[in-house]
Design a protein around this ligand. Structure first.
Ligand SMILES: [Zn+2]
Length: 61
């Protein structure tokens, strides 16, 4: 399986993040600091995918 490194800090990006944000080249820490690098789709909601998933879970009742 291909592992993707963060473009900003060089650490591996967790696969959970890659599943939530396919195409990202920025880890969670860097995305929180600098903003997401993925345009379109979920990126146009201005929050990180972890928060987004929490919201989806919370509102789907
Ligand atoms: Zn990083």
């Amino acid at each position: 399986m291909k592992r993707t490194r963060c473009d900003t800090c060089g650490r591996f990006i967790p696969k959970e993040r890659l599943e939530a944000m396919p195409g990202t080249h920025r880890c969670i820490d860097c995305a929180r600091k600098l903003g997401t690098d993925v345009q379109g789709k979920k990126a146009d909601i201005s929050m990180d995918p972890e928060t987004y998933k929490d919201l989806l879970g919370a509102t789907r009742s």
